[in-house]
Design a protein around this ligand. Structure first.
Ligand SMILES: O=C(O)CCC(=O)C(=O)O
Length: 275
């Protein structure tokens, strides 16, 4: 996948590229099954994650411990466009699964720059592992809002938002909200845009995955993470970087194993699961 000059201009102005297909729905479904079984149901084995709260051990920075997550994050369909946006040298410095269970509440409006005291020079990959609809945790964005970090206000306790969020941004009257229903296996790339995800009002979980990429010279990344935090180089070199890098993880199955499993299924079983 190669971004046109027009797409690069859109990203500069709106901070967003959407409807990019990573895998077709059949593969997204197979990927979802293996991610659930091999990643979301097994805590991270990364040394630096041992002091994480229990939920984080399953959902945060799994690119440091799972071969499958690492391979997913480094697919050419993702890294190609990201190098066009950031340059040839690229590191992955954070990732997170957003596993919105049935009836899970809203994640409020926010920008990562409010929480991370680092320069606004990263790109977020947001992948819909499940199809994302109006009712199961729709992602909404404000295109063009990456020009500044908005004021965030403290959320009063017991207001029913996603429990890890203590701050939320207030929107301006002029902000144009974009609904982003997304097919399973489709992804978006966005700058530091205001975004939120609505409550999941259905009876099924909705899984999405976000990974954050930047040039390896983005300083302050470790200080705002956790002790022992490491980055992963995913393109080019990090020769002059003061940051600490981890080797690619070898644990568990990789993408080839996921797709081999699809080919081994009887044809009618594959079809039945896709529809
Ligand atoms: O997927 C979601 O529900 C929220 C995603 C999000 O807030 C993020 O990527 O920062």
């Amino acid at each position: 996948m190669y971004l046109t000059t027009e797409a690069l201009k859109t990203f500069r102005e709106e901070g967003l590229l959407r409807q990019l297909q990573l895998v077709e729905p059949e593969r997204a479904l197979a990927l979802r099954e293996v991610l659930q079984r091999e990643v979301l149901e097994r805590p991270s084995t990364a040394e630096s994650h041992k002091d994480f709260l229990p939920k984080m051990q399953f959902e945060n920075d799994r690119h440091l411990d799972s071969r499958l997550v690492f391979e997913l994050c480094t697919l050419p369909e993702i890294i190609g466009p990201i190098t066009q946006l950031i340059g040839d040298n690229v590191m992955l410095f954070r990732s997170q699964f957003f596993n919105k269970q049935a009836q899970a509440p809203e994640i409020p409006w926010h920008q990562e720059s409010h929480f991370w005291n680092v320069e606004k020079r990263w790109v977020t990959l947001w992948l819909a592992v499940d199809e994302v609809t109006q009712s199961n945790g729709l992602l909404q964005l404000v295109p063009g809002s990456h020009d500044s970090t908005r004021e965030h206000v403290q959320i009063p306790v017991d207001t029913g938002y996603w429990s890890t969020f203590k701050w939320m941004a207030n929107l301006k009257h002029s902000d144009q909200i974009l609904d982003c229903p997304t097919a399973a296996g489709e992804f978006m790339l966005f700058d530091d845009l205001l975004h939120r995800s609505l409550a999941n009002t259905t009876s099924s979980p909705r899984l999405a995955f976000a990974a954050r990429y930047a040039s390896p010279d983005l300083v302050g990344v470790h200080e705002n993470a956790y002790p022992g935090h490491r980055c992963l180089l995913v393109s080019g070199s990090a020769d002059k970087s003061p940051l600490h890098f981890a080797p690619p993880p070898q644990n568990g199955p990789g993408l080839a194993d996921v797709y081999a499993a699809i080919n081994e299924r009887p044809k009618n079983q594959v079809k039945a699961r896709v529809t």
